[in-house]
Design a protein around this ligand. Structure first.
Ligand code: PMP
Length: 397
């Protein structure tokens, strides 16, 4: 049966981690992963999460099945976080939200739903994009193409190129957009640029799919949510995937959600009925624990305030590390890297070539992806000088 099955290539990022683990250099630094680490290089357990879990342990519940679309109170909290508690769309019953297995699970639910609704549509993702976008939408049956995004010359977004590509797209084309903290580049659109994107989406009858994997990591929870609100004001139907992997440091719990904005409440009910079939035929219903943690935190004013504070600390530490990296590079003799502080989120497109990234790995045991992406959230006081000096060394010769 399986004799003809070919060996699939290893996952690029996980492969890098394997290589990192096997590296015996005591100074090794892993900047390849997409995981936030604290000032001590540790994956944090947020205090709000710990407190929520303690409450849950104190009041144990039986482990029944959840509803197909997940914990209802969780879905409501997510809606309010993403669209704003006072959103007229929520009041009109135009938004459906289903708990999903992380941001990836949310994207896959959305992809499967869209494939059913518009099987002929193409998908456009940014160039470059999170590598799983291409694979996930391809697996869902779509042809995936790219719109221009990163401009290596200006170290920013090629907004005109992006808009031109969106305007050239056929009606119904699905456009995957990073709502904030673009992965891998770290460059986001300015509010005025987002209006141009929305113009292109509305004029071209495109289907926008906002991937929100880092709400709160760019400017703040409300500020980052503004992109979704801007779409809500002007676009009739669109999708939003949410991930709490980073913002709650709940990676392995697989907590996310898919929200779908519909024309009216009746349409929303019909779409939800179809989405439930997608879920039911994949994994029947989602797990309880992670969503219960998030729901407990968001539903309790004290824990929520603690979360806002802890998320702010993660965001601020990343910003400090960006500044420290630029300063460390200057100290090591490398000028002109101020653009690193223009970027937001966990990642930085360092501007290094594939060869330089490979030398960083083989000669200095500093691991980033071949694209030049490094995880700023993995930098700390203990490794930043070494990383800066290593980057300076591969840039010099
Ligand atoms: N979208 C983007 C842009 C991401 O960077 C990630 C995580 N690396 C995801 C989605 C998936 O998030 P999750 O781990 O919650 O599945």
């Amino acid at each position: 049966l399986f004799s003809g099955v070919e060996q699939a290539p290893p996952d690029a990022i996980l492969g890098l981690t394997e290589q990192f683990k096997a590296d015996t250099n005591p100074r090794k630094v892993n900047l390849g992963v997409g995981v936030y680490q604290d000032a001590n290089g540790k994956l944090p357990l947020l205090r709000c999460v710990e407190a929520a879990e303690q409450r849950m342990v104190a009041t144990p519940t039986a482990k029944g099945y959840q509803a197909i679309d997940g914990l209802p109170t969780y879905d409501t909290e997510v809606k309010e976080l993403v669209f704003g508690a006072g959103s007229p769309l929520l009041a009109a019953g135009r938004v459906i939200t289903a708990q999903a297995l992380g941001g990836t699970g949310a994207l896959k639910l959305g992809a499967d739903l869209l494939r059913q609704v518009s099987p002929e549509a193409k998908v456009l993702i940014s160039n470059p994009s999170w590598e799983n976008h291409q694979a996930l939408f391809t697996r869902a049956g779509f042809t995936v193409e790219k719109y221009r995004y990163y401009d290596a010359q200006t170290k920013g977004v090629d907004v005109d190129g992006m808009i031109a590509d969106l305007r050239a797209a056929a009606p119904g084309t699905i456009v995957v957009l990073h709502a904030c903290c673009h992965n891998p580049t770290g460059y986001d659109l300015a509010p005025a640029d987002w209006q141009r994107v929305i113009d292109a989406v509305v004029d071209g009858h495109l289907t926008a799919f906002l991937d929100m994997a880092y709400q709160g990591f760019a400017q703040g929870i409300e500020e980052d949510g503004a992109v979704v609100r801007a779409f809500a004001e002007r676009v009739g139907s669109f999708l939003v995937s949410t991930s709490f992997s980073k913002s709650f440091s709940l990676y392995g719990e697989r907590v996310g959600a898919l929200s779908v904005v519909c024309a009216d409440a009746a349409e929303a009910a019909r779409v939800l009925s179809q989405l439930k079939i997608v879920i039911r035929t994949n994994y029947s219903n989602p797990p309880t624990h992670g969503a219960a943690i998030v729901e407990t935190v968001l539903g309790d004013p004290e824990l929520r305030a603690q979360w806002v504070e802890e998320l702010g600390q993660m965001r601020d530490r990343i910003k400090q590390m960006r500044t420290a990296l630029v300063e460390g590079l200057v100290a090591a003799g490398v000028q002109g890297r101020e653009y690193i502080t223009d970027q937001v989120g966990m990642f930085s497109f360092s501007g290094l070539t594939k060869e330089q990234m490979q030398r960083l790995r083989s000669e200095y045991a500093v691991y980033g992806t071949d694209t030049g992406r490094i995880c700023v959230a993995a930098l700390n006081e203990g490794n930043i000088a070494y990383v800066s000096e290593s980057i300076a060394a591969v840039l010099k010769d």
